[in-house]
Each structure stands twice: as C-alpha cells, then as structure tokens.
Design a protein around this ligand. Sequence first.
Ligand SMILES: NC(=O)c1ccc[n+]([C@@H]2O[C@H](COP(=O)([O-])OP(=O)(O)OC[C@H]3O[C@@H](n4cnc5c(N)ncnc54)[C@H](O)[C@@H]3O)[C@@H](O)[C@H]2O)c1
Length: 317
Amino acid sequence: MSRRKALVIGGDEIFRAITPQRATQCVRDAFVRHHNGEWQMPAKVYLTNEPHGDFRAMPASGDGIAILKWVTSFPDNRAKGLPVVVGVILVSDATTGEWLALVDGTAVTALRTGAAAAVATRALARDDAATIGLVGCGLHGTWAGRCLVAEGYTDGICADADEDAARKVADELGWRTGTTADALGCDVVTLVTPGHAPIITKRHLREGLHLNALGADGPGKAEVDPDAVAACRLFCDEWAQASHGGELTGAVAQGLIGRDDVTDLGGVLAGEEVGRSGPADITLFDSTGLAIQDLALVVELMRLHEAGHLKAGSVEL
Ligand SMILES: NC(=O)c1ccc[n+]([C@@H]2O[C@H](COP(=O)([O-])OP(=O)(O)OC[C@H]3O[C@@H](n4cnc5c(N)ncnc54)[C@H](O)[C@@H]3O)[C@@H](O)[C@H]2O)c1
C-alpha cells in the first residue's frame, strides 16, 4: 500500500504566517465566494457531550481542497487552563481525496473568528464609527480585538467579568478597560462571552449602533435578548446555522423574526444585498462560525507553504 506524507501545521506557525489583516482579507473573500456558489459548505453538525459542551464537525470545499474541522466548545475548559475551542482540521485534495495536511484548528478558529468581526464591522457599522466595546476578552475576544485594530479601529473599551483579562487585552491593543456599561456605550459592540446569559436587552439599543454577536455559536446560548434581536436590522453568517444555533435562535423560536428579516453577510459583501440603510439603523451581525472561514485560512496556509513561506512538519500514514 502506498503511503503519503501529509503536512502538520501548528498554531504558532499559523499566527506567525497569517497576520490579522491578511486573515480579514481572506475571510472577506470567503464570504463572497461562498455566496457566489464557488465554495461549498453544509451546515455544521453538533454532537452534544454534556456536561462538558459539544463537538462540531464542519466540512467545506473550494479552491481544490476539502476540509473537515473537528472542534469543541467546552465552556469549563477555561477553569482547567485549556482553550474552550480545541480542534484539528483535516485537509484533503478535492481531486484525488488524498489527505494533504493536519492543521491546528484552535489557532485557525481564533484567527478566522476575529476576522469575521472585523469584516462585519467594516461592512455594517456606520462609516464614522470609531469606538469598539469588546465584552468578553478571552481567546476569541482577544483575536476579535486584534483583527478590529488591524482593520483600523484603534480606539476601544475592553470589559470582562475577569478584570485581569480585560486589562491584558486593553494593554496589548492600546485600548482602555471599563465596565460592560462603558463598553455598550461604544459605536460598535462586539460580544464574545460564553453566552450563558444575555448582555444586551432592548434598553441598551441606540440609533446607529452596530453589534457583533460572536459568543452564541451553539444551541442554548444567547448574548442578546430575543426582543432586542427583533428590534435590530439583522445580518448573519449563514441562516441555517444562525437560526438553529446562534444569536437569532431565540427570536426565531418565539416567532419574532423569520428568514425574510435576516440578510446574509456574503450577499452584502458581494454587493447584491443592502447592508446598513442609513446612520440611524441598529445593525446586528450574528456570527456562528462557518467552515468556509476555516477554509479561507487553510487555502492561505497551503499557498504560503507552496511558496516556501510556511514551516510545517510532516507525518506519514
Ligand atoms: N462565532 C464564532 O465563530 C465562534 C468561534 C469560536 C468561539 N465562539 C464562542 O465564543 C465564546 C467565547 O469563547 P472563548 O474561547 O473566547 O472563551 P474564553 O473562556 O476564552 O473567554 C470568554 C470570556 O468571557 C468572559 N465573560 C464571561 N461571562 C461574561 C459576562 N457576563 N460579561 C463579561 N465577560 C464575561 C470570561 O471571563 C472570559 O474572559 C464561546 O461561547 C465560544 O463557543 C464563537
């Protein structure tokens, strides 16, 4: 039987090779290519694993490769000193089916999740939006902050139940720390908490606000109260995921919103759908996390390796 060597690409090398700015470009492009039908992606599959959380299987294909990300959301991992999101990405050749690489899914997830926040903010926030309120400064909040800074948002307030976490991120980004109320007063609010309880209710909504809801990426999680969700102009990464395992789920279940009330971000980025219609809109982007975002970074990693700009190990099976 013939054996094939596959690359092994670790997290440190991923963060070294792909800057937040480049990740944001790649993810923006991925949303458009998926919208145009060039890249394929079925909805992710959840495997519940109580009391620890859930596993997700996330396939996608495009640009000659196919990936499968196998990843967790285990909220209690943090107390064990482990990431909430732990995973690997298997990369296959889409023509022959041979496997090409094994990639650190934890690093890719952090980078592509942060990038989605930057892409959505640039597309949907007011043109004069200058301040970012970051609520939840764990791993994914940190990368959202890094990508937002790379996108040009250089002023913000970091808030976290753990003050040290907020301080660390604020110091790195050159932002300030504050209370959740301070953060909710910013032009753009990015929520990256575990989604155990809503942070935002209707009384927090102001004309012109843009919200990125990143933390609620699975069943039973919410960072925005359903009434507040229904009061916003709504955008999501993908309806099938967002309506069943995202921030929109509660409002859908209560019959407050339906498919026609929500626009896909890819359509806006492709120039086929209207985004913000004016400065008074209150916009909300529901990010549940898409396999095409992971694919975007894997395509970039494979390209960098081909060009000799990426260090990778190898394994033979
Ligand atoms: N949308 C996506 O694509 C995507 C991708 C990855 C992870 N996630 C989700 O994002 C969430 C955060 O993941 P993480 O890996 O950054 O977790 P983490 O544990 O590293 O960080 C969460 C942070 O939120 C803080 N926090 C908790 N409750 C809070 C509250 N009420 N107010 C303010 N801060 C609070 C915690 O102190 C912690 O610092 C999880 O639910 C995860 O599943 C979403």
